[in-house]
Design a protein around this ligand. Structure first.
Ligand code: ATP
Ligand code: MG
Length: 332
């Protein structure tokens, strides 16, 4: 494979003056959509919560399904900075797309197994998992499980065994290609999206995810140092593109944990839009207690509290992704 095709943007080169990507699109299109937090009293009582949930669930059944992509999209959710919302984003975008008629697989590529926890899929040590797929060449179909919370939502779980895989993969043949090979052998003709949730590192697990995907989704937390390390990720993605995967590109940047009360969050959001331009989703994910509570109930916030600001924002972000897909295919 060669390195033809447009390169993956860099933080430095994306932010310059005349060629500024943000200037290529009208300002109106890049203005963030910020979903306000619901009033505390409403969200903090069980009755309020049930009312919100009822509204969310009720509303959903009347909404038409979103367009499905003409072919399966494989998106790697990566940022080697820890705790920026990778897993939360993977789980909630997946749940939202599934709720709107798509079939979605989340591959948990993090030994912490947080995506598996949030989707309530068994991931005790010894459970058939992504470790077996990558290291033992077990078929992906053997380990994929349905997530009970939503029809059309599936998970390939990670167990703590995966922690050893970074080392065990080193001497293996085609060590960077193992996830891509497993995905090719997996009959995913009925899937619309595959989200790969990466660990907070740029090791062989993340490289496997970048080789297997066509798209990178980059969550960026609206905090100080937000862009720290992003350049390294982009450089790694560029190396993967040149050597293994010429179609790889950053198709979406998502601003997470936005706190509308702080000037800092607004400044970070502005910086990120200046660097990445039109690839930044218009929707911004607010900091929301419901989002952080949901995994402890083995749920996405989409099912845990559909009327909450976090669920609404992730639904809007998922809709933006769905609308990026050109063309549609029949539901069913
Ligand atoms: N919008 C949000 N509002 C409030 N809390 C959030 C939000 N998004 C994520 N969190 C919380 O922040 C923490 C980090 O999020 P998450 O686990 O998704 O990050 P991550 O990038 O996957 O972390 P890691 O690098 O460890 O894999 C979690 O406790 C999560 O519940
Ligand atoms: Mg994570």
């Amino acid at each position: 494979m060669n390195g033809e095709g447009p390169g993956i943007g860099t933080v430095e080169d994306a932010g310059d003056g005349g060629q500024h990507p943000a200037q290529a699109v009208p300002r109106r299109q890049t203005r963030p959509v910020i979903v306000p937090e619901l009033p505390r009293e409403q969200a903090d009582t069980p009755i309020g919560r049930e009312a919100e949930a009822a509204v969310g669930v009720h509303g959903m059944s009347h909404r038409p399904p979103w367009p499905r992509p003409p072919r399966r999209r494989i998106m790697t959710i990566a940022n080697q900075k820890g705790g920026v919302g990778k897993t939360t984003t993977a789980v909630n975008l997946a749940a939202s797309l599934a709720q709107h008629g798509s079939r979605v697989l989340v591959i948990d590529l993090d030994p912490q197994g947080n995506a598996s926890t949030a989707l309530d899929v068994e991931h005790r040590s010894g459970t058939p998992s992504v470790y077996d797929v990558l290291v033992e060449e077990r078929p992906l179909a053997d380990i994929v499980r349905p997530a009970a919370q939503m029809p059309g939502l599936f998970c390939a779980p990670a167990t703590i065994d995966l922690a050893g895989a970074e080392i065990e993969l080193v001497p293996m043949v085609a060590r960077e290609l193992r996830l891509a090979t497993a995905l090719r052998a997996f009959d995913s003709s009925r899937l619309d999206y595959v989200f790969v949730d990466c660990p907070p590192s740029l090791g062989l697990l993340t490289v496997n995810a970048l080789v297997a995907a066509e798209e990178v989704l980059l969550p960026i937390q609206c905090e100080y140092y937000a862009l720290e390390g992003v350049q390294q990720l982009l450089s790694t993605a560029e190396l993967v593109r040149v050597h293994f995967n010429p179609g790889l590109h950053v198709s979406a940047v998502l601003l997470t944990m936005y706190d509308g009360r702080t000037r800092l969050a607004a400044d970070v959001a502005e910086d990120v839009r200046a660097h990445f331009g039109a690839s930044v989703l218009r929707t911004v994910i607010p900091r929301s207690v419901r989002v952080s509570e949901a995994p402890s109930r083995g749920q996405s916030v989409i099912s845990y509290d559909p009327g909450s600001s976090g669920a609404i924002a992730y639904t809007q972000a998922a809709q933006e992704l769905a609308m990026q897909s050109s063309g549609t295919r029949q539901h069913g």
